[in-house]
Design a protein around this ligand. Structure first.
Ligand code: ADP
Ligand code: MG
Length: 681
């Protein structure tokens, strides 16, 4: 005997009755319509059950093969045909019981189904238990009929295993199906409409539970933790703003006010700042950090609070350090940079300054700051360019240390509904405005036939005084990539960009070498920086205003937009050419990229293209996957669930109502570990 059916089902994660119930169909097949040969109508969807009496294959004059299967049904015979699908022949044998579904046509005196849906009936399976047949996700060696039988058996125990968790009033209020009926309808629907109703019930419950979980998490955080209140009075506000060589945009002012209001509380701030590339998030971070550094720990002491900013790359950390040194020259605020490759002695010194509370602002990569630094008076943590940041990571970050306020900044905007679903316990600020004088980057798709003209244009702009980037793809920065980067560099220096001063930068370069190349480019000693996507994040050289992206098809949409952001920082309109290997074949990502420079629009498009399986904050955040809810498609349900959860918390902050006991237990089972719920108090 091979593996038993139970073992195979276990591969699918179907061990308990509950697992089987929660194994939701991925689709349905339509077996509705007439069921008797006498009732068939030309072109109207129908399904017929019968026994296979004849299977025949032949090759037509045209060279195509045609498979014909004849079935004998109670009211007469019907025929199914397939063209060029020889493998289908193996699946039929005389005597099998099958159901055919499709739109029949009358051929002579026999009804014929061309390429119908087929359902093979085994054992005691009912032909028409339901017109809508669930199609389940499968694993190797498991057949639809195995899963269907397991689910059928489980349905008989649904009431005992998965009792109703939502209070009756709520079901009535929101016209949701009761749980037992919802299980029945989702697995054995009685109609198309009921599939939608059942789905709505589960999606709502799932999102409602998630919102409640996030609220509970937040409540516990707030109860258990207290942060240093940092109040920014008018004087401090004016002093901070005076450090900047520009006036804040109205959006920046608004966001600064939102942050200042949060930080004035003894409850830790938990805020996500979304702002398109180039919208000036760094200034916001600096403002918040100076608010911390400008506040005394105690009125009678000289100690001041500390702030830390974490960047995803060392290059970006170094850039922040030099920005801050420039902005803070002469203020006496001590800025320390904590990055890899610093000699042990130097690192020790820096850590000592941090531990003694002398370093006011600490800049570093996340691994280093979280892993090594012990602060004396840390009051604020800023996390820059966080594209992948979810519930889990936050929970980890907030352990240890005192209880700093947290500001997370991202240039990869998440549609609001998704932000709410995934970051339901975060407040969200949006920088929806670019600094004055910015123009959208003129973006072109450059096909093979345009390439010569493009390089002509690129050279002319360099001669006219612009600096530029050429971006080459390197996904893994592996050895092979390095050769291809090196050869791309070669062919540029010996080809279209022969006459210019080129520098090369990529992820495998030693940090020091990277910083040196960057500095040469910044200072104008290089005309062109040939780079991999290491420049993708955050790099700010306002004089660089033209970019060529080679092999643009190989980049993600968010990445393309980030890259383009590098040439959108000056007063001169940026220009970007996306080089593609085909002249005009449609390419969804590149075409969307060329069509708009609005980061929010692109982010939604990106999600649509990548599909719900790849959502920011679900898989990436380490959250257990959602069973049914699709955060894009179910956006309005997310909003509804969030409203309802907020309402409920307002009425009953401790969820003390006994009618919520079951729901609360479900939430703890589902989210307790991820969110650390129920551990405190
Ligand atoms: P991002 O939001 O992508 O991190 P940055 O903070 O790097 O953007 O800012 C982009 C550029 O815009 C920088 O050169 C910065 O000095 C400049 N900048 C930011 N705010 C303003 C402003 N209010 N007025 C003019 N320039 C600004
Ligand atoms: Mg930035």
């Amino acid at each position: 005997m091979g593996t038993t059916r139970a073992e195979k089902l276990a591969h699918l994660g179907l061990v308990t009755v509950r697992d089987a119930l929660m194994h939701f169909p991925r689709d349905y097949r339509d077996f509705s319509g007439a069921h008797a040969v006498a009732d068939l109508r030309e072109g109207e969807h129908a399904s017929i059950v019968g026994d296979v009496t004849d299977v025949g294959s032949r090759t037509l004059l045209s060279g195509r093969t045609m498979l014909t299967v004849v079935i004998a049904s109670a009211g007469g015979r019907a025929r199914a045909t397939w063209f060029n699908m020889p493998f289908m022949a193996k699946r039929f044998a005389a005597g099998m019981k099958v159901v055919l579904a499709g739109q029949p046509k009358l051929k002579g005196s026999t009804w014929e189904f061309a390429h119908p849906d087929v359902r093979w009936l085994s054992g005691g399976e009912q032909a028409h238990a339901s017109d809508w047949l669930a199609v389940y996700p499968l694993a190797e060696g498991v057949q639809q009929s195995h899963v269907r039988l397991a689910v059928q058996a489980a349905l008989d125990h649904a009431a005992g295993i998965c009792p109703e968790a939502l209070p009756d009033e709520m079901l009535a209020d929101k016209s949701l199906l009761p749980i037992e009926q919802a299980f029945r309808e989702i697995h054995c629907p009685s109609s198309r409409e009921m599939i939608d109703e059942a789905r709505r019930r589960f999606v709502y419950q799932e999102l409602f539970m998630l919102q409640l979980a996030l609220r509970m998490h937040r409540g516990q955080q707030q109860r258990a933790k207290s942060a240093a209140p940092l109040s920014v009075d008018a004087r401090l506000d004016a002093r901070i703003r005076a450090r900047f060589p520009f006036e804040f945009t109205p959006a920046q002012k608004r966001v600064c006010a939102e942050i200042a209001a949060d930080m004035a509380q003894t409850e830790p701030m938990n805020r996500l700042l979304q702002g398109d590339v180039g919208s000036g998030k760094t200034a916001i971070a600096v403002y918040a950090m100076l608010a911390a550094v400008g506040t005394r720990v105690r009125p009678d002491a000289s100690d001041r609070y500390q702030a830390a900013i974490m960047a995803p790359t060392e290059l970006l950390a170094r850039q922040h350090a030099s920005t801050l040194e420039r902005l803070l020259a002469g203020t006496g605020v001590e800025v320390q940079l904590l990055v890899g490759g610093q000699p042990a002695k130097q690192r020790e010194k820096i850590l000592a300054r941090i531990g003694a509370g002398e370093a006011g602002i600490v800049i570093g990569t996340q691994a280093l700051v979280c892993g090594t630094a012990m602060f004396k008076n840390l009051a604020l943590v800023v996390i820059d360019e966080q594209h992948r940041f979810g519930v889990l990571q936050r929970a980890v970050l907030q352990q240890g240390q005192a209880d700093p306020h947290t500001l997370v900044m991202t240039a990869t905007p998440i549609p609001r509904t998704i932000a709410h679903a995934v970051y339901g316990d975060l407040d969200v600020s949006v920088l929806d405005e670019q600094p004055p004088g910015r123009q959208p980057v003129a973006t072109y798709r450059v096909g093979p036939d345009d390439l010569d003209r493009w390089w002509d244009f690129f050279r002319k702009k360099l001669v006219a005084g612009r600096r530029g980037y050429v971006v080459v793809p390197a996904v893994e920065e592996s050895k092979r990539d390095l050769t291809s980067i090196a050869s791309a560099y070669e062919s540029l220096t010996n080809g279209p960009l022969e006459a210019f001063r080129l520098g090369l930068i990529h992820g495998r370069l030693k940090p020091k070498a990277k910083a040196a190349v960057m500095e040469d480019f910044r200072a104008g000693r290089l005309d062109v920086l040939v780079a991999t996507s290491v420049i993708e994040v955050g790099i700010d050289v306002p004089e660089a205003t033209i970019m060529t992206i080679l092999d643009a098809e190989s980049f993600g949409l968010a990445q393309l937009h980030q890259l383009r952001g590098r040439v959108a920082r000056g007063r001169v309109q940026g220009i970007c050419g996306a080089v593609t290997s085909s002249q005009s074949d449609p390419h969804p990502r590149v075409d969307a990229f060329v069509a708009t420079t609005d980061g929010f629009q692109l982010a939604e498009k990106d999600l649509l293209l990548r599909g719900p399986g790849d959502l920011v904050g679900t898989r990436q955040s380490g959250m257990p996957p959602l069973y049914l809810a699709d955060l894009l498609r179910d956006g309005s349900v997310v909003a509804e669930a969030r409203r309802d959860a907020l309402d409920l918390f307002q009425r009953d902050p401790d969820l003390a109502d006994p009618r919520l006991d079951r729901l609360q237990k479900l939430i703890l089972d589902r989210w307790g570990d991820t969110l650390g719920l129920g551990k405190i108090g």
